[in-house]
Design a protein around this ligand. Structure first.
Ligand code: SF4
Length: 464
């Protein structure tokens, strides 16, 4: 091992590897630090020689280097090969730690050697034994400077490796109180019992993040609680049937109605005035049209009467002539031709009338299949307009994107002060034999006591 201190290039390379998040660097990345191949090779060899870096080979046979701090180097300097091996495996386990049984499997060392190595490493304050809430009997070791993970400590719900039920109960009650106070309106003195918010004006139900913030503000505990921890408490309340979780977007429907700004009196008056105006204009135009139509109809009727009279006379004369001259087959042919002409004229009428009809249909919003594509194109922006016009949910505006889209609200508990349906007689196996003065009688009934006691307890709770 070289006794000289590392030169500038070697120090630069060592610092560069140390600065990476996992203190590792691939052989290719070292080229960016020292581009000259011979100099790089010399620096790597020196650092490997003094133990400031270690070679790692992954499953794809890619070589990388892991930097060793100077403090670590000093601490592990006096370790023998077995102790070094045990230490490296403990180090690799990180904050999860490693069980001595797994250590034995990985190192293939005898249990006595492992125990001795662990004793030495613990004495040198390089590793420590950590308890596990999941497996209290297991001997788990991890590096001295690391904090054990939640899987080992159990998170905030464990104190001295024991489930802190009192702490959980206390926090759960606080969470419930917060959700209940938000869900129901505040009771007014001398009334307001069982009052609920109107469905058109729902309260802003809290999210898990909101409850977490309120717990933090209340400074009930010094333990840092995350949103997941608060959700665990809320899940307990959900399972107890005290609260319920609902998606925040569902309530936006009520919100769109609730948040629509009420029209002012001037707006209403303006609308009414416009309506009256349009009605009067329509009436005028209708009366004018009606007048015109009547006039034209009267004119047409007088002229058409004369025409029809003349036509009828001519026709009669013509028919008489034809019956005399033409055979029956010819009349049949003419009838057929007439029919054909009638059908053609009908169809042409339909063709000519088709355009205005179509236009009318379009105006009414009834679509023909050929219009489907265009109507779809029209439909999209209309939908967009509708969407854009909708007011945003207060939950989104208040809590932003930090929520997972769920809010919590309390469930109103129903107390039956003396439920007759729960009376013991309804389920009593001795009901058929029960009668006054008999061996089984209501006077000596043993079931009634519990029922009456429960009823009086409910009454006391209600008074509170
Ligand atoms: S009075 Fe008591 S014993 Fe008689 S039927 Fe009712 S519950 Fe049963």
């Amino acid at each position: 091992m070289s006794k000289r201190p590392p030169n500038e290039l070697e120090s630069r390379l060592h610092k560069a590897i140390l600065s990476t998040p996992n203190k590792e660097m691939t052989a290719k990345d070292t080229e960016t630090i020292i581009s000259e191949p011979n100099a790089r090779e010399r620096a790597l060899n020196f650092l490997l020689g003094v133990g400031l870096i270690k070679t790692l080979v992954d499953s794809n046979r890619r070589v990388s280097f892991r930097a060793v701090t100077k403090g670590e180097l000093v601490a592990t300097k006096d370790l023998n090969g077995e102790e070094n091996l045990v230490f490296s495996h403990i180090k690799a386990a990180g904050s999860e730690g490693i069980w001595t049984k797994h250590l034995k499997t990985k190192t293939n060392l005898h249990q006595t050697i492992i125990d001795r190595s662990l004793k030495t490493l613990t004495q040198k304050r390089l590793v420590k034994r950590v308890p596990s809430v999941q497996h209290p009997t297991r001997k788990i070791y991890m590096l001295e400077g690391l904090e054990p993970s939640i899987s080992l400590t159990g998170g905030p719900w464990y104190t001295d490796n024991e489930l802190d039920t009192e702490f959980i109960q206390h926090l759960t009650e606080v969470c419930y109180k917060f959700v209940r106070d938000t869900t129901f309106p505040k009771r007014k003195e001398g009334g307001g019992e069982g009052v609920l918010y109107a469905i058109s004006n729902p309260p802003r139900y809290p999210t898990a993040q909101d409850i977490r913030s309120s717990l933090k503000k209340a400074k009930l505990t010094e333990t840092e609680l995350s949103v997941e921890h608060v959700e665990m408490l809320l899940n307990v309340l959900i399972l107890d049937g005290k609260i319920e979780k609902l998606p925040a977007f569902g309530t936006s429907m009520w919100d769109s109605i609730a948040n629509d700004e009420p029209e002012s009196d001037s707006d209403i008056e303006e609308k009414q005035r416009k309506k009256r105006k349009s009605k009067s204009v329509d009436d005028k135009s209708h009366s004018k049209k009606r007048k015109k139509r009547n006039e034209s109809e009267s004119e047409e009727s007088s002229s058409s009467e004369d025409e029809s009279r003349i036509k009828r006379r001519r026709k009669r004369r013509k028919d008489d002539d034809e019956t005399e001259s033409e055979p029956e087959s010819a009349t049949l042919k003419r009838k057929k031709k007439k029919k054909k002409v009638e059908i053609e004229s009908d169809s042409s009428d339909a063709m000519t009338d088709g355009e205005p009809k179509k236009k009318k249909r379009k105006k009414l919003g009834v679509l023909s299949p050929s219009d489907a594509s265009s109507s779809e194109e029209d439909e999209v922006p209309r939908r967009k307009r509708k969407y854009l016009g909708r007011s945003p949910s207060p939950f989104l505006s208040r809590f932003g994107d930090e929520t997972d889209g769920s809010v919590y609200r309390a469930i109103k508990e129903e107390h039956l002060s003396l439920g007759w349906s729960e009376a013991p007689c309804t389920l009593c196996p001795s009901f058929d034999f029960c009668k006054g003065g008999g061996p089984v009688n209501p006077k000596d009934c043993v079931y009634y006591g519990e029922w009456l006691a429960a009823a009086s307890l409910n009454a006391i709770e209600d008074q509170e």
